[in-house]
Design a protein around this ligand. Sequence first.
Ligand SMILES: Cc1ncc(C[n+]2csc(CCOP(=O)(O)OP(=O)(O)O)c2C)c(N)n1
Ligand SMILES: [Mg+2]
Length: 546
Amino acid sequence: MYGHPGGAILPTYDAMTRYPQIHHVLCRHEQGAAHMADGYARATGKVGVAIATSGPGATNLVTGIATAMMDSSPIVCITGQVPTHAIGSDAFQECDISGVTLPVTKHNYLVTDVEELAYTIKEAFFLARSGRPGPVLIDVPKDVQNAKCEFHYPEQPVPLPGYRKLPPPTEEELEAAAELINKAERPVILAGQGIILSGAGRIVQEFAERTDTPIAFTLLGKGGMPETHPLSLGMMGMHGTGQANAAIQQADLLLAFGMRFDDRVTGNLKTYAPKAKKLHVDIDASELNKNVKVDVGIVGDLRTVVEAVMPRVEEKKRPEWWGSLNGWIQDTNKRCISQKDVQDRLLAAHVISDICKATEGDAVVVTDVGQHQMWEAQYYPHCRPRTLLTSGGLGTMGFGMPAAIGAAMGLKSDNVWAIVGDGGFQMTLCELATAMQEKVPIKICIINNGFLGMVRQWQEMFFDERYHATPMLSPNFVKLAEAYEIPARRVSERAEVQETLDWAKTHQDGPVLIEFAVESHDIVYPMVPAGADLDKMIRRPEASQV
Ligand SMILES: Cc1ncc(C[n+]2csc(CCOP(=O)(O)OP(=O)(O)O)c2C)c(N)n1
Ligand SMILES: [Mg+2]
């Protein structure tokens, strides 16, 4: 349980003294608590819990709640509220947090009767993790926390009127899907986070192999199945690979599996995948036909649906389609930042590649938001589910380090790496103290380019290089870490990277921090400008001109 106390939640904190089995982690800011609960949830698949007081404590949770909502992460947030008789009187530290969080929670509660409390908590956990997961908030007035009643914890599953388990796909749906699949000549699988949440990696891989279908991943789909698989095209979208985006634009069938056609994935909707029929499988009915009109939509658990459709799917080889795909792949390879590039400067992509090498591609990586996040997505292929944790939908700077703390605690692992920017890190760096106090063995890698790099990139490309409010002075990060008694090093040359990563790996009893002083004017290529056609990518010039 990640939290921060205050007056309106004090009775609950006091009660915790009688439950030593609850490990409460004192965070330095409630936003950090929400991100830690979220990181715990993403890493383990279990519900993460954050707890805060009323008013400012509760509102500080909001960014973390919205982050979890956008990325379907199951967390339960418990907030104190002013006593019921004072609600609506502008009492000290009163804020209508159930009103505030209505649009960013899957569900929320204001509990006004202690008799309902136990049941509500059970229901909240059920809702957070069932169906499409998401955040649930429970607001508990102080008098309800202090009230007494017989404790009845319902053993039975929660009977929720209007909340039904999804039925399996119908014959007609399966037939329609199989027909599209068997007729297609240039299909592409679009693998979203649903592939991870439903545990569909293995069956989707089998499906892809049987039908010789390439697979492109969304940012949150990475790791759903091995990205190093020969059928993988890598990531799609704004900073996706040339081959993934070209494949989508040339495809005659998109198999959208547990993804939601986010605008960072589609670019201009009017010209998106113009030749393709669309088959969309998602657990959330509201996603079907939301952004992209589909030919066949199936509401259901991805694994169940793909398993059911498999027996109807014909085995295929697609030499012609792979002829085109391989051409695009070769072109991309020529435009990557090669390992041989410039030795005199340190590039973020080099650091990421070296972290990948040092961790044998098998670490749990938690990123923040910005250029470093995209370079991680491009230069660290993920092969297992839940090994890349990142704020995709909301793009929340400040997510990385606290989420890494939650992930490392949930997994009890010393192989969790936070890759963060100099900007985003400073938004939640107060949680260094939490990591230190709890001795969480995360490896914090700050990619310091001296800029709010992704915004600087947009200014360079679309605002005639007017770098307003993006150059950024930072503290001496090594000294800062040392103030927290966290071992730290600074690296500014490629030659020092491996050795420093090896040094970091030896620390297993608490956090370590490395600052990488990287090239400041680097650009994340390729890029589809916001709202442009998906195949109008701005490419890195050939021959690795960096
Ligand atoms: C809370 C929040 N504020 C603003 C933004 C807009 N934004 C996106 S990326 C970015 C720059 C991030 O800079 P840094 O953390 O240094 O990472 P870099 O891009 O340099 O790798 C900003 C300001 C955001 N995503 N989140
Ligand atoms: Mg930066």
